[in-house]
Design a protein around this ligand. Structure first.
Ligand SMILES: NC(=O)C1=CN([C@@H]2O[C@H](COP(=O)(O)OP(=O)(O)OC[C@H]3O[C@@H](n4cnc5c(N)ncnc54)[C@H](OP(=O)(O)O)[C@@H]3O)[C@@H](O)[C@H]2O)C=CC1
Ligand SMILES: CC(C)(CO)C(=O)C(=O)O
Length: 291
């Protein structure tokens, strides 16, 4: 089974490490330096301080078009628009997207192929071009957006039992649940420059997060709001000492995924009826910090 992975960042390397045990994996990188390092040394994954390696192939994306049976797109959400022509033209007929947020859902459905999403609940940190740290064990939830679920059966069979992947018929709801968490935690931590736990332990930040949550829930037109609020608070507690991905992006002077998260919410039909001043303020603030 041939699986290509576009983007050898934290998640791409993590998936390459696990999938490479049971499939012939090719990592598609942006630079030849990274491709050479992966090709020579394999992907090294650190879990609880222990290092293990998996041998995989690596190529620069674009030097030739991928023809693997499955293609996993593990770039950031804001890279996807530029990748759509290549993903449409290449011979791979089954494509899986792993991005946070929901801003890329329309773009992926312009590709006339079988399309799936993987909602990743692991934590991963890129250590070097060929090394990744598995910082948080979780599960991956998988849903077929376009095509037949049978199209992905052999892909799902390539994950080792230690890397749980759950098929989710209601994948949109799963994405929405994660979106709520990211919408509440990521922009506030990035603006305040605090770890996730501060949003619970600091009474003023907590009140602001609750106000933000109320706007998010109204924009999404979601019921059972206390269930979702409990989940947001649980994630803050469980990841109390973590810096959110948005805080890390802002402090590293990289673009953030704010458009996929708050930008997506502001484009929903409900945004014409519901007042969401905090969502709007935070969207503009993070966009401003990106400049
Ligand atoms: N890290 C995590 O723990 C989690 C991340 N996610 C989501 O997964 C997605 C990926 O995140 P993450 O892995 O952390 O991000 P990274 O920034 O670590 O990785 C993105 C990778 O994509 C590569 N890339 C971008 N454009 C291209 C291109 N045209 N060709 C080849 N490679 C390309 C980048 O290459 P280069 O370095 O050369 O720019 C980079 O290596 C995000 O949407 C994130 O929200 C979800 C759950 C957990
Ligand atoms: C859950 C959370 C907020 C953990 O930090 C995350 O997904 C992120 O940082 O993007």
């Amino acid at each position: 089974m041939k699986i290509g992975i576009v983007g050898a960042g934290a998640v791409g390397l993590l998936f390459g490490f696990y999938l490479g045990k049971h499939a012939e994996v090719t990592m598609y990188t942006r630079t030849s330096t990274q491709a050479d390092s992966i090709q020579e040394r394999g992907i090294v994954c650190y879990t609880s301080g222990k290092a293990k390696a998996t041998a995989v192939k690596a190529k620069v994306l674009g030097e030739e078009l991928p023809a693997d049976e499955f293609l996993l797109v593990a770039t950031k959400q804001y890279h996807i628009t530029d990748l759509i022509p290549l993903l449409s033209e290449c011979e791979s007929k089954r494509i899986i997207f792993v991005q946070n947020g929901m801003g890329h859902l329309n773009a992926m459905q312009t590709i006339q192929k079988s399309i799936a999403v993987a909602i990743v609940e692991h934590g991963a940190k890129k250590v070097s071009g060929n090394e990744v740290e598995h910082t948080g064990q979780g599960v991956t939830k998988f849903g077929v957006v376009q095509g037949d679920s049978m199209d992905f059966t052999s892909f799902l069979a390539c994950f080792p039992p230690t890397f749980t992947v759950l098929e989710e018929p209601d994948w949109k709801q799963v994405m929405q649940h994660k979106l709520i968490v990211n919408a509440c935690i990521n922009p506030l931590t990035a603006l305040y420059r605090v770890s996730n736990g501060a949003l619970i332990y600091n009474a003023y930040f907590y009140q602001t997060m609750r106000q933000l949550f109320t706007e998010v829930i109204q924009l999404l037109d979601v019921q059972e709001s206390e269930f979702h609020w409990k989940r947001v608070c649980e994630v803050c507690v469980q990841t109390a000492s973590n810096r959110s991905s948005m805080l890390t992006d802002v402090t590293s002077n990289r673009p953030t995924e704010i458009d996929a998260i708050l930008g997506y919410l502001l484009q929903l039909p409900k945004a014409h009826e519901v007042k969401a001043p905090l969502v709007s303020f935070l969207h503009k603030s993070i966009k401003g910090l990106e400049m």
